[in-house]
Design a protein around this ligand. Structure first.
Ligand SMILES: Cc1cc2nc3c(=O)[nH]c(=O)nc-3n(C[C@H](O)[C@H](O)[C@H](O)COP(=O)(O)OP(=O)(O)OC[C@H]3O[C@@H](n4cnc5c(N)ncnc54)[C@H](O)[C@@H]3O)c2cc1C
Length: 337
């Protein structure tokens, strides 16, 4: 989901009661005025960050004094746990300092168990002949991809015996993205698709590409993180630079070649037209907070998303909707009083 940290703006005369600020990276937050306790009339959230978007958050944020002013708000809904996790790409400095309740919430969020994953996207100019599936859940990998979509021709257990990385397998699932509904062309892998122009073009070259996505096991992600850490020696978020992604992509591509080797007999896996790696430091929440959403009315702050109810788009959507309704009710009640 592409939900960004959302904020419900102050109701101002002649303007809509709510305003959605999208595409911003919020990097610091301060609760100002009103004293912060119950009935803290006049208190509001002062947000700062970058209007250049989340890409800008890939590097450690500049100090608050040189961040852009993103405005003043009655209430804030955190659509992600990252703002409360120091050292993460989305950490919002100062937020947990706003109150002891928020500091407690931040501690709870940091204690939530989450699994990391790495994803590889790789595209080829030609369909991979001989691959008898367009989706494979790799059972011997010791990891659950969590929420991975089924359908298509699935081998269920690949049983190829060559997915090993010495630690039980690199990938939990592999899917031919080009075989998903609505993608240009259809049919992946299986030789029956030979000759069709399957695939989506990610390279911008205009070629019909066959595109595969592979999600690592949690175990393999932990091992990669030893070498490509989330947090640098200074305790700050280690950004996914081009160099970082290229090094991880090279390793994952080698794993992908190993996984596919038994199927693409008789020819070598071609050089990819496109190859990209993505780190997900908290990909799957394994022990969520266990509430539909969390709400600190005195601070006018809610937290929603998979951290509350558990991984999966449905959980995240239900949580976000419930949090939005609760904050909306509170703001309407305040406006009416
Ligand atoms: C590789 C992978 C594959 C998955 N496959 C599936 C699947 O097939 N089916 C399924 O149901 N689930 C799947 N999931 C899980 C699913 O994606 C998540 O459970 C879901 O996206 C959680 O939604 P969310 O809104 O809680 O958080 P997110 O989708 O993570 O959204 C949070 C948003 O907040 C933004 N944000 C964070 N900090 C800031 C900040 N400081 N300023 C501004 N914005 C900020 C982030 O950029 C992000 O856009 C998958 C997850 C991964 C990692």
């Amino acid at each position: 989901m592409a939900a960004e940290l959302q904020a419900a703006s102050k109701q101002q005369q002649g303007r809509p009661p709510f305003e959605l600020l999208a595409g911003c990276a919020v990097q610091s937050a301060e609760r100002v005025g009103g004293g912060g306790g119950c009935g803290s009339g006049g208190a509001h959230w002062q947000l700062r960050g970058s209007r250049a978007g989340r890409a800008a958050a890939a590097v450690p944020g500049p100090p608050p004094e040189v961040q852009e002013d993103l405005g003043s708000y009655d209430a804030v809904i955190l659509a992600d746990a990252m703002p409360l996790v120091p050292g993460s790409a989305g950490h919002v400095s100062g937020i947990e300092a706003a109150s002891t309740s928020l500091a407690q919430l931040a501690r709870s969020v940091q204690a939530v168990a989450a699994q990391p994953r790495f994803a590889l996207m790789v595209a080829f100019h030609q369909p991979l002949r001989g691959v008898p599936f367009d989706f494979a859940s790799v059972e011997h990998s010791g990891g659950d991809a969590g929420g991975g979509g089924g359908g298509g021709k699935s081998c269920g257990s690949c049983g190829c015996g060559s997915c090993g990385t010495g630690s039980g397998g690199a990938f939990a699932l592999v899917a031919c993205n080009s075989s998903k509904p609505g993608r240009p062309g259809s049919g992946c892998g299986d030789s029956s698709s030979t000759g069709s122009s399957a695939g989506s073009s990610s390279s911008g070259s205009g070629d019909a590409l066959e595109c595969w996505v592979a999600i690592s096991t949690a175990q393999w992600a932990w091992e990669l993180l030893d070498r490509y850490p989330l947090v640098g020696p200074d305790g700050r978020h280690n950004p996914q630079t081009e160099q970082y992604r290229a090094a991880v992509a090279e390793e994952l591509l080698a794993d992908f070649r190993d996984l596919m080797a038994p199927y693409v007999q008789g020819y070598a896996l071609p050089q990819p037209a496109y190859c990209y790696a993505q780190r997900w430091g908290r990909a799957f929440i394994t022990e969520p907070l266990g509430a539909e959403f969390l709400f600190l009315p005195a601070q006018k702050l809610a937290l929603c998303g998979d951290v509350a109810m558990g991984s999966g788009v449905e959980n995240a959507w239900r949580s976000g909707r419930a949090a939005g309704e609760a904050v909306g009710r509170m703001l309407r009640a305040a406006a009416a009083s």
